[in-house]
Design a protein around this ligand. Structure first.
Ligand code: SAM
Length: 148
């Protein structure tokens, strides 16, 4: 990852810094919680295990967040495994109406030419969960959706 031209988490950080710090954020599969450490927003950071007391240890398909409580749900390099629809369903549950879903992945994951998924098929599946696609930035595979 250190050789990538741009770190996906930095794109998410910049996206948030361009918006109101009052937005409540849930970071699904937060890793070392870099997002929470780099924005002014209140960030609820979730990962399976962590030594960091600020990280809530849980399976991200079942977070302790209230329904309709979050403005921005972030999946940065964390939509892995066959269970990923349940993670997106959980994001849909906790997001407020018109809340944002931000997904950042390595480009190759959404490139059928390199063994990745077809981005249009992925996008259609996400929209069927109740989101509307707002933009796709395939150069870094950042996808933005609105909870609708
Ligand atoms: C590649 S890391 C990305 C970390 C961070 N989002 C970033 O961009 O630096 C993926 C993270 O997702 C977490 N993860 C994977 N499946 C998970 C699950 N079911 N529930 C919670 N966290 C999960 C992993 O433990 C790991 O920390």
């Amino acid at each position: 990852m250190s050789h990538w031209p741009e770190q996906p988490i930095n794109i998410i950080i910049k996206w948030l810094k361009d918006r109101s710090p009052s937005l409540l954020v849930a970071d699904f599969g937060c890793g070392d919680a870099r997002l929470a450490r780099n924005v002014k927003n209140k960030v609820f950071s979730f990962d399976l295990v962590s030594n960091d007391p600020s990280v809530i240890a849980c399976d991200m398909s079942n977070t302790p967040l209230d329904s309709l409580s979050i403005d921005v749900a972030v999946f940065c390099l964390s939509l892995m495994g066959t269970n990923f629809p349940s993670y997106l369903q959980e994001a849909h549950r906790v997001l407020k109406p018109s809340g944002w879903l931000l997904i950042a992945e390595v480009k190759s994951r959404f490139d059928p030419n390199t063994g990745g998924a077809d981005p249009d098929t992925v996008s259609k599946a996400i929209c069927e969960l109740g989101f509307t696609s707002v933009s796709k930035v395939y150069s870094c595979s950042l996808m933005l959706y609105l909870n609708t």
